[in-house]
Design a protein around this ligand. Structure first.
Ligand SMILES: [Zn+2]
Length: 164
């Protein structure tokens, strides 16, 4: 398996034709995947879940909710979470509003297994850390209710898209 940094080095030191050939080989070998969005020319690393150019997933779907677990949470609960997360950013006059928020899985007992302090916010294909403490908020309560409903698995993140 070629490490991503060496692959990047190869591409960097090739001419346009060589670059295409390397990328095509990397895609064929499963080291990279090409975005399916016809207006987005981005090649992504094997480990990238979302396209770094436009934020779509490997199947070409736009940035979407990721509901972890064995069971679906009731729609009502999920929409309440969406509203609360949206309100959180509005109340803090956070601008621009993110397209989506990921709550990364963390190992916790007795409560929901997703981080309340180190979140990831998405703007299309761009993402960055969002550090805050949402403990003691409705968001925490809703995450706990969702965890009870869905029975999340090991390392399963939760992502919720926000209205604009
Ligand atoms: Zn893309």
């Amino acid at each position: 398996m070629v490490p991503p940094s060496e692959l990047a080095l190869l591409i960097e030191h090739s001419d346009a034709a060589g670059r295409e050939a390397i990328r095509a080989a990397a895609v064929a070998a499963g080291l990279m995947w090409r975005c399916r969005n016809s207006t987005c020319p981005t090649y992504n690393q094997r480990t990238d879940e979302l396209c770094g150019g436009c934020g779509r997933d490997r199947d070409g779907r736009p940035l979407s909710d990721v509901q972890p677990g064995l069971y679906a949470a009731p729609d009502e609960l999920w929409e309440q979470l969406r509203n609360e997360v949206f309100n959180h950013f509005c109340q803090n006059e956070f601008a621009p509003l993110p397209d989506a928020v990921t709550f990364p899985w963390v190992s916790r007992q007795d409560t929901a297994p997703w981080s309340l302090t180190e979140l990831v916010i998405h703007y299309g294909g761009f993402k960055r850390e969002y550090l805050d403490d949402l403990s003691g908020t409705w968001i925490e309560e809703l995450l706990e209710e969702i965890a009870l409903a869905v029975e999340p698995g090991y390392l399963e993140h939760l992502r919720i898209t926000l209205p604009h």
